[in-house]
Design a protein around this ligand. Structure first.
Ligand SMILES: [Zn+2]
Length: 454
């Protein structure tokens, strides 16, 4: 892989957000350059602006790669995803709890095998890069091997990923359970090994309240608090049956969010998956504590969980940080474009038309904001980490045809998120290095070489 010192320059139309369109007029939050040049060096963006201004600054000997009929965006960010479930995407099932028992808890048991964990991590990262995703917040399994394998593969690609070992000490198969003390010690060791190593960030990961005892919940909150700067992730209010189960397991608590609040799991850098059925009081607690929600529309539809209201979550009286997420393998597609498409439809079902700029924000700068990383990723600007995706506006015959009738940028963006998928991402840059190029067939050379550590 590259040493990170090389200089890269690319040219094409570029779009980025500079602020939050849910709180400000969209036109004040978006920067669109119809002909931009971006220079990247040492993993960061060093120049970004109109081609006529930036071209003279391209160092001698550096070739500028031009993308025509394309749109350069910050790399997509996936705020909630399970890499061990890559092998069970699209498994037919009932709702959440049945699906967990029938598929997930079976698949996750094979991650005691390091070779298997590496293989799945490679496929997972490859598929993300093929869709333009450059950062993910990832659940591993209860076995620390699954975390080491994931971060080792992520590190080879110099990716900024967030991940952690799942904590479960009840209501799961014996082979997938730790104990409160074991989970605490293993999390602590993994934090020491991986947090802030290169671009890796650690996330304390109690799966969800039903699979941890109060004692484990207590220690999960403790280990997170003892290591400032680390993350905490879990699931909340995904499914109505699950919510009833949490009430039975924690009768002394005032609802699902209160369980996490009580054990010290809320705050900046805490991100909870779903939040489909949150109450007004619960949204207020998330706002007050700075806790984020990951919105997982393909997963919520696939498992019949319900319809998350992004409009309600963003209520200006008490806005909650929200990032878009795939939640694979209950989610059904690696592409954040497909996920935006489904987010639009989910919002429509509750009478809210999510605009294209708002949807792209949720998968880039908004996701970075949810993760408290907006000073590093999610925006194209000088000093930001150089993670970019390039979308081909003519990626398929129907996209190419449809684009002829697109009247303005909003329409282009909306058509791309409605008709686009993995074929639309034609190049993905990570820390300034081209890791995936659909057309140059680099996937078979540099891309796979990076994945196998050459
Ligand atoms: Zn999940």
């Amino acid at each position: 892989m590259a040493d990170g010192n090389s200089v890269t320059a690319i040219r094409g139309a570029a779009l980025t957000f500079t602020d939050d369109p849910f709180r400000n007029p969209v036109e004040d939050c978006m920067r669109h350059e119809s002909d931009a040049v971006i220079i990247m060096a040492d993993g960061k963006i060093t120049e970004f602006g109109p081609a006529n201004e930036v071209l003279p600054k391209v160092p001698d000997g550096v070739e500028v790669t031009t993308y025509s009929d394309a749109l350069i965006l910050p790399g997509f960010i996936d705020c909630h995803v399970h890499y061990p479930q890559t092998e069970i995407i699209g498994a037919y099932g009932k709702q959440l709890i049945d699906w967990l028992n029938k598929y997930t808890f079976v698949a996750e048991q094979s991650f005691k095998d390091k070779d298997h964990a590496h293989e799945v991590a490679q496929v997972f990262l490859r598929e993300g890069l093929r869709c333009g995703t450059t950062t993910s917040t990832v659940f591993c399994t209860v076995n620390p091997i699954s975390v080491d394998a994931f971060f080792e593969e992520s590190e080879k690609l110099n990716m900024r990923n967030i991940a952690g070992k799942v904590l479960m000490d009840r209501n799961a198969p014996d082979a997938l359970m730790d104990t409160p003390q074991q989970g605490y010690e293993e999390s602590k060791e993994l934090i020491g090994r991986w947090h802030n190593k290169g671009r890796s960030l650690y996330c304390v990961t109690p799966r969800f309240a039903p699979t941890s005892t109060p004692e484990q919940m207590e220690l999960a909150g403790a280990v997170w608090k003892e290591h400032p700067g680390t993350y905490l992730q879990s699931h909340v209010s995904e499914n109505l049956g699950e919510i009833e189960w949490v009430k039975e397991l924690y009768p002394e608590r005032n609802g699902y969010v209160d369980v996490y609040h009580h054990y010290g799991h809320l705050g900046p850098r805490s991100i909870l998956g779903h939040g489909v059925h949150l109450t007004e009081e619960e949204f207020q607690v998330l706002h007050d504590t700075g806790t984020a929600i990951s919105h997982c529309p393909t997963s919520n539809l696939f498992l019949g969980s319900g319809l998350f209201s992004v409009e309600n979550a963003m209520d200006e009286k008490r806005p909650v940080r929200v990032g878009l997420a795939t939640d694979l393998g209950a989610g059904t597609n690696f592409s954040q474009l497909v996920t935006m498409n489904e987010a639009y439809k989910v919002a429509q079902m509750s009478g809210y038309a999510l605009s294209a700029p708002h949807a792209y924000y949720l998968a880039t700068r908004g996701a970075a904001h949810a993760l408290y990383l907006e000073d590093k990723i999610g925006t194209i600007a000088v000093g930001m980490e150089a993670d970019l995706t390039v979308l081909d506006l003519n990626a398929t015959p129907i996209l190419e045809y449809r684009m002829k009738y697109a009247k303005d940028l909003d329409e282009v963006l909306f058509v791309v998120m409605t008709l686009g998928d993995d074929r639309t991402a034609c190049a993905t840059y990570v820390a300034g290095e081209l890791l995936y190029s659909r057309d140059a067939n680099i996937r078979n050379e540099t891309f796979c070489a990076s994945l196998s550590g050459v």
